[in-house]
Design a protein around this ligand. Structure first.
Ligand code: HPA
Length: 274
């Protein structure tokens, strides 16, 4: 597995002229196309990057670009592979391991999620403050690479508090700042109303099918993680209506501008100060 990570990061270092990269962002549904708003210093299609998976889900473009925010570079990973697509968990987190191997210190992850908390409405942007892994999967299962991080990593502060405080400050003029706890289900089925109720009882505010594997791997490697959910629907049973991917895409597209304006400001600040 580490051999593949090395092969990919060597390819990227060569393609990017060994430029130093300060932060990375993995874009989920609703953020696709964010990279097109900026001048790309470099741009690669996932299909040209060794060991990368071309995403198959609508709203995920499959492109890696380097863009300058403030004085430093950010790697924008537009699109991700999901566990429900049938890949091995190690393939899902390969981009995150590459981010660690490239020496990138800050990672932002975005996703679309179902709202469980009664304080959320479709279109809300929620800063994830913690997660609950309900899948029984963990990307760190297997032999530990001690050079990356410890066998039994602490998970008390996966979603960096300083970055959460920064996000709160930056969101001020853009949207009402909210935090929440994200429960990871594998999908591809949406949850049943009883599963959503269970998630609620054990403390979840959001349900979704991504982000947690990447956050676990980044935290293990000592990267500062920040993650945002775009609430595209009220979760099953909370909403009276059946859920559909079309609805998720529609709401994601409507809220895109708000999230993207925030993200541009957030990245500039992260690249300045962290
Ligand atoms: N559940 C899981 N994943 C999701 C949802 C949901 O309700 N909405 C968007 N992604």
């Amino acid at each position: 597995m580490y051999k593949k990570v090395k092969e990919t990061s060597e390819y990227l270092n060569k393609s990017f002229n060994n430029e130093s990269i300060h932060s990375a962002i993995i874009l989920g549904s609703g953020m696709g196309g964010f990279e097109d708003k900026f001048e790309k210093i470099y741009s690669l299609d996932y299909s040209d990057i060794p060991n990368f998976i071309k995403p198959s889900v609508e709203g995920h473009t499959g492109n890696l670009s380097l863009v300058k925010f403030g004085e430093r570079l950010t790697a924008i990973f537009s699109g991700r592979a999901h566990f429900y697509e049938g890949y091995d968990i190690n393939e899902i987190v390969l981009p995150t391991r590459v981010i660690a191997d490239l020496g990138i210190k800050n990672l932002i992850i975005t996703n679309a999620a179902g709202g469980v908390s009664k304080n959320y409405q479709p279109g809300d942007i929620i800063n994830i403050k913690d997660h609950i892994n309900l899948t029984g999967n963990n990307p760190l299962i297997g032999s530990n690479l001690d050079e990356l991080g410890p066998r039994f990593p602490d998970m008390s502060n996966v979603y960096n508090k300083e970055l959460r405080d920064l996000a709160k400050q930056i969101s001020k003029d853009l949207f009402e700042y909210k935090e929440g706890i994200y429960a990871w289900f594998t999908g591809p089925t949406y949850e049943t109303p009883s599963e959503v109720n269970f998630a609620k009882i054990i403390g979840a505010d959001l349900v979704g099918m991504s982000t947690v594997p990447e956050a676990i791997v980044a935290n293990h490697a000592g990267i500062k993680v920040s993650a945002f959910s775009l609430v595209t629907n009220l979760a099953a049973g909370i909403s009276k209506d059946p859920l559909s991917h079309d609805e998720v895409i529609e709401i994601a597209n409507k809220s895109k501008d708000k999230l993207q304006s925030f993200m541009e400001k957030f990245l500039i600040e992260i690249n300045l100060t962290n």
